[in-house]
Each structure stands twice: as C-alpha cells, then as structure tokens.
Design a protein around this ligand. Sequence first.
Ligand code: ZN
Ligand code: ZN
Length: 141
Amino acid sequence: MFTHTCQICGDTFESASNRAKYCKYCRDKAQVMRNRAYKEKKLSGTAVKVGSEQICPYCNNTYTVVTGSQKCCKDCRKKQRNANSTPNPQYAKDNYETIRVYVPKGQREDIKAYAQSQGLSVNKLLITALEEYRKNHNKEK
Ligand SMILES: [Zn+2]
Ligand SMILES: [Zn+2]
C-alpha cells in the first residue's frame, strides 16, 4: 500500500496504486469535475464567441457576432426572416381570395419544382399562366 495526500481535501490516504491523486471520497468528485470541465470545453468550442469575427455561410462576408446563437451576417438574417415570414393573414384576407386547385396525384412536386425553376411561387406561376392564356385566346379572336 502507498500513502498519498489527496489533492482535493488534503487528507492522507492509502492506495494500492502508487499514482493515486485523490482519496476514495474525492475520486468521484474529481470525475464529476473532469466531466464538467470537458462539457464546458466542448460547449465553448462549438458556440461562437460574441464579438468575434465569423464568415457568413450564405454570402461569405465576414461579420461580427452580436449574439451567441448568431449563425450568419445581419443582412442574411434579415433576408431569411423575410423569407420565412408569412404575410399578415388579415391583410391577405382583405386583399386576396383563394382558389383551391386540385392536381393529379404526384404532380404537386412537379409543379412546385417547375415554378421554382422559373423563379416563381406556385401561386405566381398559376396567375402568370392564366394571364398568358387569356392573352393568347384574345389573339385568336
Ligand atoms: Zn480527498
Ligand atoms: Zn451573409
């Protein structure tokens, strides 16, 4: 048996190992502390530091981090927010009417993909298509 001084509580203790650092009471505690330190290190490694310079993944410009959860530059964040925001439902109700359009099963994704390839929303595509249809039919008269 080897006699050691515990690095946490300072008590002397005996151990079969010649490299023991902590008494058996503190050993568990030490493990907990190590785990916590590891977790904190891991967290700080992934989280961006406020005030640090980062490169925006969308536009590749550098930006300064203002909040810990920030993942892109201010401009791109604004753009994203606008893209995600749905129009005010009351405004839509006052200014628009809806027509429910049924399409053959399996074609919805095709139509969506086509609209996207034209840079239009499905809604805009249908309205544009309707305008063109009317124009073409007037010509034939
Ligand atoms: Zn101890
Ligand atoms: Zn950006």
